[in-house]
Design a protein around this ligand. Sequence first.
Ligand SMILES: *Cc1c(COP(=O)(O)O)cnc(C)c1O
Length: 383
Amino acid sequence: MKFATKAIHAGQEADPATGAIMTPIYQTSTYVQEAPGKHKGFEYARTQNPTRLALEKNLAAIESGAFGFCFGSGMAAIDAVAKLLLPGDEVIATNDLYGGSYRIFTKIFERYGIRFHFIDLSHAENVTNYINDKTRMIWAESPTNPMLNIIDIAAIKKQIGDRNIILAVDNTFATPYLQRPLELGADIVVHSATKYLGGHSDVVLGAVICNDPVIAEQIKFIQNSCGAICGPHDAFLVLRGIKTLHVRMQRHCENAMKIADFLSKHPKIASVYYPGLTTHPNHEIASRQMKMYGGMISITLKGDKMEDALTVLTKTHLFSLAESLGGVESLIGHPASMTHASIPKAEREKSGVTDSLIRLSVGIEDVDDLIHDLSSALDVVGI
Ligand SMILES: *Cc1c(COP(=O)(O)O)cnc(C)c1O
């Protein structure tokens, strides 16, 4: 089955009780048993829920995985994967990492004796300087946030070779429509389904997908033991969102490409970070690894003044000023004062998060209206 067909059908069949074509929201905490231990495969809703199960099967199918597990948020999914680690283990993670992942690794898991090295994974050979007997996991994200660097997943896998190291990839920005890490050698994929998979800014949910039955068993055990599951209504919303993922992603990418082109010719813009531009340093890897280039763009303004960036942010009307990304509506954000505000200026500037950096989550509105909105906001800036 091809991607679009899987997105709509995988894991789902007409409800056996009524024929309902949409997977019902099984809002129940328990299931009646005929006799002790004699049941229909569902005992207690932390352990199993039919709506969640449909989503887990669907996510496994679209990520080319054998097993899927859903959680109450992307962070809960990342937490479950990090719980595979033991005290003394070491992790090599990309330095251009989602802020919440950096926080859970350094503020929670370092307290349990796990050591994290944050390095530039866009040069895969960098990992060789950090791999040792204690290395248990490599954590990659591609494209990265907010600089949109591309990490060559197959090249990282090659560096690992046959060592017993788990390669985990946060595929939130790309989505399985654009990039399937398990096909490139990753062992685990995690998602914040809050973003493109849900796609309508109306749900918070996370997922873990893998192929190895041993890893799957451990994740299932952690999911059931720690209990950070998603509710059935949230699972329903993401199932519905995924049915249009391929159509939405195509438009996100087309719109973003046109906007990146427009911005790269604009006299007030200093730089445009978009993997689809041939000037992007990782454009070649992106072309090999991804189907299209995604819906996220970052830009800086000439003069790099924070006040100019703040003017743009407050003068757009269609691009709403908000955290998050991946919904049908366009969003605009300012990492230096929002997501990266807690990082000292010198530190954040090292990874490119300068004062005028603006991040765009390009939605699927009419692209002419979006360009007009950005153009009018830029007109107000006195550069
Ligand atoms: C949002 C996000 C997360 C966290 O997901 P939540 O659903 O907000 O918990 C993790 N990784 C990336 C790349 C994200 O964008």
